[in-house]
Structure formats: C-alpha cells, structure tokens
Design a binder for this molecule. Structure first.
Ligand SMILES: Nc1ncnc2c1ncn2[C@@H]1O[C@H](COP(=O)(O)OP(=O)(O)O)[C@@H](O)[C@H]1O
Ligand SMILES: O=P(O)(O)OC[C@H](O)CO
Length: 505
C-alpha cells in the first residue's frame, strides 16, 4: 500500500522535493538552489541541465533519506516557476539556449510592439494577458530569432518548447528515449499562445510570435486520472511512479491552500508575489490590470479560472539587500534590522527592477528609493523593503476588489517571506484585514501533491483536503485608518516617480 504522495516544486531560486502523508503532513523534504545567471542588465537565465540535475538529486536524497522506495508513493505531482522558457532538441536532449526566466526583460521591444499595432488587444481578449516581457511567447520568439539553427529545427519539429514542467516531465519519462512532450493547462495559460476559452493553442496568437505549432507540448488537465505517464525504473525515484499532476506554482498554491471555491483567494510571497482569486468556471476579464488565468482543471471537469495580480519583485528585494547591498547576511535578518526602527523614516522603496507588473504593467519603470534624508539608515531601508512587499500587495488587492466585487475578509498567505512576522504584521496594517498563515506554509508543493493524489484516488474530494488545512498564526491590523491611507497615498506617489525611466519604444 502506498502511504505517501511526492511533489517536486521547481521554483525560481531552488528546486525542492517534498513527501506528504494522507493528512497533508510533510514527511520529508530536500531543497537545492540553482545558479541565477545575469549576463546583462535585465537578463535572467537558468541552466536547464542544472535544473534537471538538481531535481534528480532532491528526489534521490528525499527517497534515500527516508528509506522510501517507489512503491511507497501513490503518485508524483510537479509544480514549477511559470513562463520560464526552455527550447531543446528532442533528438539530442540538449537545450539550445539557457532558460529565459520570467523576470527577464530582454523582450521589452517585442512586448511594446504588440501594443503599437493592435495585436495586444487580441492577446488580451484571447489569452487574458497584457502584452509584457513576463510571458513565454516573446521569449520563444527571441530564441527563434537570435539562436542560430533554432528556427529551422523548430519548423522540422526537432526544436521543442516547454516551461520547466515540460522539461522535467520529458526527462523524467525517458528524455531522448520516448520522453513525453506535455504541459498542463495552467502553464499553457501563461504563454500568450493559448486561447483561454478553447484551452488550445491558438493559430492567430502563434502567428504573432512566429511560433510553429509543432514546437509546442500537448496541453493536458492539471490533475489527470489518465496519468501523464510513469517515472522510469532507472530514474531518480528508482522505479515506476504515476506522474499524475502538473500545475504552475501559483495555481498549485491555490490548491494547497484549498482555495477551491469561487471567491477564495491567497497571496504567495516568494521571489515575487502572486495574489490569486478563484472565479469558478466563469472567465472574468480584468479592467484593472490583473490577469485572467486558468486556476486548475481536474480530469474532464470544466476548467476553473482565476484573477491574478502578479508582482515581480518582493522576496527578491530582500535578496538584493543581502547580495547586492550587503546590509543583511541572510533573509531572516531583514526582520531584526527593520525592527530597530519604528517606521521607515519617511522613505519608500519601489523595487521596479523588472519594470512593474500588476496592476501597472510598465516595462519602462525602474527601481527607486524616494524620500531619503541624512536621517535614514540601513534599518529604514530594510523596513521600507518589507513595506514595499505589502504596498505592492495592496495595489493588486484593490484591483481585485474592483474587478470581482469580492471584498477580502482575510488574506491567506504562504511562501518564504511569510516567515517574517514583522512583514506579515505590516501587511495586515497596510491592507486593513487580518492575515492568516497555515501550518503547512509549503502550499505550492502541497497543491501539486493534492492534484496528483486526487487524480489517483489517494484523496477522494476537496472536503478531505479542507480538513487538512489548519491556521498557524493570524495577524490583526493595528494601524488607524488615517495612518493606512496616508501611507498608501505616499506609496502611490513613490510609484509615479519610477515610471517612464527607460526607453522601450
Ligand atoms: N525571514 C524572511 N524575511 C523576508 N524574506 C524572506 C525570509 N525568508 C525567506 N525570504 C525570501 O523568500 C524568498 C524565497 O521564498 P520561496 O517561497 O522559497 O521562493 P521561490 O519559490 O520563489 O523560490 C526569497 O526571495 C527570500 O529572500
Ligand atoms: O518560483 P516562484 O515561486 O518565484 O514563482 C514564480 C512564478 O511562477 C512566476 O510567474
């Protein structure tokens, strides 16, 4: 009898494998970082071979560490950083180029040209996305146009595209020896190439980016009782395990937080922040700068959609304090440093390192710290960094309320930054609603495990998952309304100072 479900969470900064039992409790985990390659300002790449090696290593370490074998696992689910683009050769298994990461802004001219000639509106209508450097379509176009030999190989069906989910599934199911070339509907909904209503690749959208259809993976349900396939006997799990679910990481976090009813929402605080609201089987189109996206599709049930507010830089701003400014030694120290001061001393930090994503979608913005005086110290900068995470979340929460009419009563949170108690208190203050963190903060991996477990009958329905959800801590707002609104007005003024900084026309 298989007592556990495994999940791989292939994230922006690291890859982790986690094993869960039927109660949704974490049994084992291992995590490895991979290199962030930044060859030019605004460019961010990962090495896909390194990512697969790290994935194999975390799977092996977890299995060996707990003395588990493949037959102990009912299923494997995969969740991944979305949009990040890999193009590889299906005969040799070798990538043509590094993965171009979702944060990479090299395609800003491709993106702004889409709005100049009306294609942008078609993309908004069909894909639910604003033209932006964020999504995969422009990244594939860049590889087709700039890496010698790829266009010809793509026309012949030899050069194939995938986000990191497809790359991992292809390798785990055989690679050059019959690996399957698939993705799930949530990942496909982030490419600018899929029609949100038909849930299929759209020829008009493919034409906008010059992408040959034969490059693209087959789109499958997020949790698939027919199974994606099996891991290999000689693979990192040491045997055949049903690969039963694939979900983009933010959608997986929705499942892990059991936001499975319309009106339920969560905010994940990782490298960036992603606030998603379940809108049910109704596709809600944003008028306020949010994305419409697929939340999940379980088997042959209708797809469930979400509104999403994507924020490019939140936890990575904390990394910037550590790696570039050197004012903290580790991410956790951002809290002790910020606690040295009662407020940010009048400064506001807008970390528009990759332009601004939702709700602004301004690739011409760049980061700024405004309001500086000689009074300010590193502690104020640390505090302003935490505040920037919370104010950006308020920007998207406001847009979400306008689009959906749903008033947030409590914000469910998860992800690495939620370990920062001060940041969560500031979030409650800035939003004016309570913030609630679950016991299992690794909701992304848990969501992939839930998808895989539902597909193979390890869990039978959403009610079982709901019983597994428990709160670990809740923060109540402490600021007065006057404090809250004054702070937010200053934030909006600071944002306006970052716009129109670089020329992307
Ligand atoms: N105590 C902390 N305070 C603030 N930020 C933190 C803390 N711990 C981790 N982080 C940030 O959380 C991010 C990692 O979170 P994680 O959920 O693992 O992200 P991802 O899935 O994007 O790789 C990093 O950007 C790191 O700077
Ligand atoms: O890997 P994360 O957690 O930073 O998530 C990245 C998002 O999927 C980008 O859209």
């Amino acid at each position: 009898m298989a007592d556990f479900v495994a999940a791989v969470d292939q994230g922006t900064t690291s890859t982790r494998c986690m094993i869960f039992d039927h109660g949704g409790n974490e049994i084992a985990r291992h995590q490895l970082e991979h290199q962030q390659i930044m060859p030019q300002p605004g460019w961010v790449e990962h090495n896909p071979v390194e990512i697969y090696e790290r994935t194999s290593a975390v799977l092996q370490t977890v299995m060996n560490g707990r003395g588990l074998c493949a037959s102990d696992l009912a299923a494997l689910g995969i969740t991944n950083q979305r949009e990040t683009t890999v193009v590889w050769n299906r005969r040799t298994g070798r990538p043509y180029y590094n993965a171009i990461v979702w944060q990479d802004t090299r395609t800003d001219r491709i993106a702004s040209a889409l709005d100049a000639d009306g294609r942008g509106d078609v993309i908004r209508a069909k894909a639910g996305l604003p033209p932006a450097t964020y999504f995969s379509g422009g990244k594939i176009q860049w590889i087709l146009e700039n890496v010698p030999g790829v266009r010809e190989a793509a026309e012949k069906g030899e050069a194939i595209f995938g986000n990191t989910d497809s790359w991992l599934v292809w390798n785990l199911t055989g690679g050059v020896d019959g690996g399957i070339h698939v993705t799930d509907v949530t990942n496909a909904s982030r490419t600018m190439l899929m029609n949100l209503e038909t849930l299929d690749w759209d020829d008009e959208l493919l034409g906008f980016f010059g992408v040959p259809r034969q490059m693209l993976p087959e789109i499958r349900p997020s949790a698939d009782p027919d199974l994606y396939g099996y891991t290999l006997d000689h693979g990192p799990l040491g045997g055949r395990v049903p690969l039963a679910a694939v979900l983009g990481d933010q959608q997986a976090a929705m499942v892990g937080q059991v936001c499975l009813r319309p009106g339920e929402a969560k905010n994940t605080y990782g490298t960036g922040n992603f606030l998603l609201l379940n809108t049910g089987t109704e596709l809600v189109r944003s008028k306020n700068g949010l994305l419409s996206t697929v939340c999940y599709k379980f088997g042959d049930q209708p797809a469930v959609y979400a509104l999403e507010g994507s924020i490019a830089v939140t936890g990575s701003a904390v990394q910037w304090l550590r790696d570039q400014l050197g004012i903290i030694q580790g991410a956790a120290q951002s809290e002790s440093l910020a606690r040295q001061v009662p407020d940010s001393g009048g400064i506001y930090f807008v970390p528009a390192f990759s332009g601004l994503f939702a709700p602004y979608w301004r690739s011409d913005a760049r980061g700024a710290i405004v309001g500086l005086s000689r009074f300010n110290t590193n502690a104020h900068i640390a505090r302003a960094t935490l505040e920037s995470i919370c104010y950006q979340s308020r920007d998207v929460a406001e847009a979400m309320e306008k689009d959906s009419g749903v008033k947030l009563e409590v914000l469910k949170v998860d992800g690495g930054v939620t370990a920062n108690d001060l940041c969560m208190q500031i979030q409650a203050d800035v939003l004016g609603v309570p913030v609630s963190r679950p016991v299992v903060a690794e909701t992304t991996a848990l969501g992939a495990a839930y998808g895989a477990g539902l597909a193979v009958g390890f869990w039978s329905n959403a009610d079982e998952l709901r019983q597994n959800w428990n709160e670990s801590r809740r923060w109540q707002p402490e600021w007065t309304d006057e404090q809250r609104e004054k702070g937010y007005r200053c934030w909006q003024k600071a944002v306006s100072r970052t716009l129109d900084w670089v020329d992307v026309s």
